[in-house]
Design a protein around this ligand. Structure first.
Ligand SMILES: Nc1ncnc2c1ncn2[C@@H]1O[C@H](COP(=O)(O)OP(=O)(O)OP(=O)(O)O)[C@@H](O)[C@H]1O
Length: 237
């Protein structure tokens, strides 16, 4: 379970503190698959970075399972992230000089026997329909295929929590729907908690649960009309 209590996050900008998030309470149950929606600048990526331990809140309490992220320094949060979070990004972040298989192998536990690692990799490539492409470089794959490799990389260690930031944002509609459906299916089968940022209503509609940033970020709710662009522009809140 993820629990946020009285979380405040600001960025320092040109000597000023720019408040971005104020969340009184938000809970995500284990195994939930949530589409996180909201206008540009509403703090979606910042929220994912807080939950993933990339950033630390200014104040408040944030628990992911038994981890109290608000008490942890950066090295501890880095270890937490490596062991517990699968990340997916809009632009895949695959290493161009490594094959699809090697990109996945890179994140796998070195303590696993080589045979076991290979079996797992083959199993996952089969599940996403890319068995024939395992030894291709990212540049030899379509964008949808590249994102499926990135999906394997995010899921192969069965992290309890998967954070996906606009994972289909650079794909065409048909491919985006296929990739999103696969991500939802695999996280469902593996019982992983999935938090996906998307601005696309149609893709969000595929999710069992949808959450608008305006429902949880009080800084948005306070603004009449939820004008998050003012947050982006550094407008007074
Ligand atoms: N490192 C930073 N320093 C200063 N301001 C930042 C920083 N990162 C983000 N911001 C600001 O914080 C606000 C929220 O950014 P964030 O990326 O979380 O929003 P978002 O909802 O994910 O937006 P988008 O949909 O455009 O990706 C924006 O106003 C952004 O300009």
């Amino acid at each position: 379970m993820i629990v946020l209590d009285n979380i405040v996050k600001s960025y320092a900008l040109q000597g000023q503190s720019l408040p971005i998030l104020r969340i009184r309470q938000w809970k995500v149950e284990s195994g939930q698959r949530i589409a996180l929606m909201g206008p540009s600048g509403s703090g979606k990526s910042t929220l994912l970075h807080l939950i993933g331990g990339v950033l630390k809140a200014d104040s408040g309490e944030l628990r992911v399972g038994s981890f109290e992220l608000h008490r942890m320094r950066e090295p501890a949060r880095d270890s937490f992230r490596a062991a517990n979070i699968g990340y997916m990004f809009q632009d895949f972040h695959l290493i161009p000089s490594l094959s699809a298989r090697q990109n996945v192998e890179l994140v796998m536990d070195r303590k696993l026997a080589r045979r076991e690692r290979q079996d797992r990799i083959e199993h996952w490539f089969e599940r996403v329909g890319l068995t024939e492409r395992m030894n291709h470089l990212p540049s030899q794959l379509s964008r949808g295929q590249q994102q499926r490799v990135a999906m394997i990389r995010a899921l192969v260690n069965r992290p309890p929590l998967v954070l996906a930031d606009e994972p289909t944002g650079s794909l065409d509609r048909v491919t985006a729907e296929k990739v999103m459906a696969l991500l939802l299916q695999l996280c469902g089968e593996e019982k992983l908690t999935l938090l996906t940022v998307t601005h696309d209503d149609q893709l969000a509609g595929m999710y069992p649960t949808r959450v608008q940033m305006s429902e949880i970020n009080e800084l948005m709710a306070e603004r009449t009309g939820g004008d998050a662009m003012a947050i982006r522009a550094g407008g007074a809140l």
